[in-house]
Ligand binder design. Structure first.
Ligand code: FAD
Length: 486
């Protein structure tokens, strides 16, 4: 009997674990280690953040789902990995610390035959003084609880506007090295929609503050789409949308500090500036969750296993290269760790070889550029591909990974909500292929324009709503869950 341990029960880890258990049956063990008792459909948090959904609409208890599937569920967080075992334990193991199940604080060494690291991001609010809801002055929609708090603060702002007070609302990125601009984009457009509904749009100044050097970069270096017989860039697309909704933008910013009501930032041209706010949601930078790694003798090999940003190294080409030499083939395919072949990293947990957007620094030497997004669809596809490889290796079909999920070979679809009304809602629906541009295969834009599309309208909102229910249905392993695509 082989044991596969999956660290993280989010989008990629849950996908990997549920498929693996389904394929391997009772002959092999699948263990999920994840600190929360609830699964969260994170993309719908933005609707919690404007009061359109409740926490119960975007979360569910994991224990019954894993119980039904026969997955061994540990409500715990991983602390460290011993990929060579230790003096006392021959097999590789991961040290976990329970956060629930009546064992909070207890630690355990969990041996494994295969390990999937799907721990997602550390929300690094600490990187910017005053950022975030816990020790700072801005709100967040990155977790369901954060989103509940964001909505409470938003409603206070709306009440003030109803009483005739003007409010400045700033949404965007809280550091020069943030990713996930899409989430902030969705949030500012949903706020704009809600302010209109509340009849107070004229009382609000809406400002988009971003580390992108141009609107519509989204951490992917932007994209181009075929529209009405010509090719339009996402810059034109995004600028038209922001202009239409009367949202101002401040580009190329690295937020250095936040005080009550005031954001301090540097810009790409090296200037420093401030922006006042009454309500602000700024995305934090992401890092790895801080797992350590040790060799058999107990020596610290964290630097060998993880990149400096804390994400796990996989089969990417991490040789430092200038931007001009970046290649689509630098990106990992099998997501297998190069040193420990029974260890994989998927979703946000793997270390990208480099940015996708063009790297930029201001004259003070401060890097200001979006870091690579790893959105839900690619994350789930990676989870499934790694599960397929591990299944084939456990069942003796192969010695090496059999499946790949490479961001420079896969496409992604993303539906970004811009207002949640059933009859007057709106969403931007985008497909992009490949996610990481391949300039050798697709000279010019780096992408296959026949598969790269962008549309905006009410139908997109219906799709977004349908996906909300479909993905929660799938994650709950309800009938036909396997045929719902990632
Ligand atoms: C507000 C918001 C809106 C978004 N909207 C969209 C969208 O519309 N479309 C889209 O495609 N993507 C969207 N995304 C991105 C999407 O949520 C991510 O791509 C996806 O969740 C990544 O999956 P993951 O498995 O890598 O990480 P996650 O889903 O974050 O899962 C990581 C899991 O690991 C657990 N974990 C953390 N530390 C440990 C540890 N030490 N040990 C064990 N487990 C640990 C976490 O608790 C979590 O359960 C959005 C993100 C945000 C924040």
């Amino acid at each position: 009997m082989a044991r596969v341990v999956v660290l993280g029960g989010g989008v990629s880890g849950h996908t990997a674990a549920t498929f693996l258990k389904d394929w391997l049956g009772s002959q092999h063990e699948v263990v999920v280690v994840t600190p929360n008792s609830k699964w969260n459909w994170i993309p719908s948090n933005i609707w919690v953040g404007v009061g359109k959904m409740k926490k119960e609409d975007v979360t569910f208890e994991l224990a019954p789902v894993y119980g039904k599937a026969g997955i061994d569920y540990r409500q715990a967080k991983a602390l460290s990995i011993n990929p060579e075992g230790s003096k006392d334990e021959e097999k590789p193991f991961v040290t976990i610390e329970y956060t629930g199940q009546g064992k909070a604080g207890e630690t355990e060494n969990l041996t494994y035959d295969y390990l999937i690291n799907a721990t997602g991001p550390k929300l690094n609010f600490g990187a910017t003084e005053g950022l975030g809801p816990d020790n700072g002055y801005t709100v967040s929609v990155c977790t369901a609880d954060h989103a509940i708090h964001a909505n409470e603060e938003l409603q206070k702002s709306i009440a003030k506007m109803k009483a005739g007070e003007k409010q400045t609302i700033v949404v965007g990125t809280g550091h020069g090295m943030c990713t996930c601009q899409g989430a902030a984009f969705e949030y500012i457009f949903n706020i704009e929609y809600e302010l209109n509904k509340a009849g107070v749009r004229d009382k609000a100044e809406l400002i988009w503050l971003t580390n992108e050097s141009f609107l519509g970069d989204f951490g992917m270096g932007g994209m181009h789409v075929h529209r009405g017989g010509y090719i339009a860039s996402s810059k034109v697309f995004a600028e038209s949308l922001y202009a239409e909704k009367d949202i101002e933008w401040i580009l190329g910013t690295h937020v250095t500090k936040i005080e009550p009501g005031k954001i301090h930032f540097e810009t790409l041209d090296g200037e420093t500036d401030t922006q006042e706010f009454d309500f602000s949601m700024l995305i934090p930078p992401f890092g790895g969750v801080g797992l350590k790694a040790y060799d058999k003798e107990g020596g610290d090999i964290t630097d060998k296993v993880f990149a400096p940003n804390g994400f796990m190294k996989v089969d990417a080409d991490y040789t430092p290269k200038p931007y001009e030499e970046w290649k689509a083939s630098d990106w990992p395919k099998t997501l297998q760790n190069p040193d420990y072949k029974n260890m994989f990293a998927v979703g946000i947990a793997f270390a990208p070889p480099h940015l996708i957007s063009k790297p930029m620094k201001n004259p003070n030497g401060t890097p200001i550029n979006p870091t690579p997004p790893r959105t839900g669809m690619p994350s789930a596809m990676m989870g499934k591909a790694v599960a397929e490889s591990i299944r084939d290796m456990i069942t003796g079909k192969a010695q090496e990974p059999t499946h790949t999920a490479c961001m420079s070979e896969m496409g992604a679809a993303c539906v970004a909500s811009a207002g949640s009304g059933f009859f007057d809602g709106m969403a931007v629906s985008m497909t992009v292929y490949p996610v990481v541009p391949d300039y050798e295969k697709y000279p010019g834009t780096g992408r296959d324009l026949s598969c790269t599309t962008g549309e905006i309208g009410l139908a997109g909102h219906w799709i977004k709503l349908f996906l909300h229910y479909a993905f929660i249905w799938k994650a709950k392993l309800k009938p036909l869950w396997k045929i719902i695509p990632e």
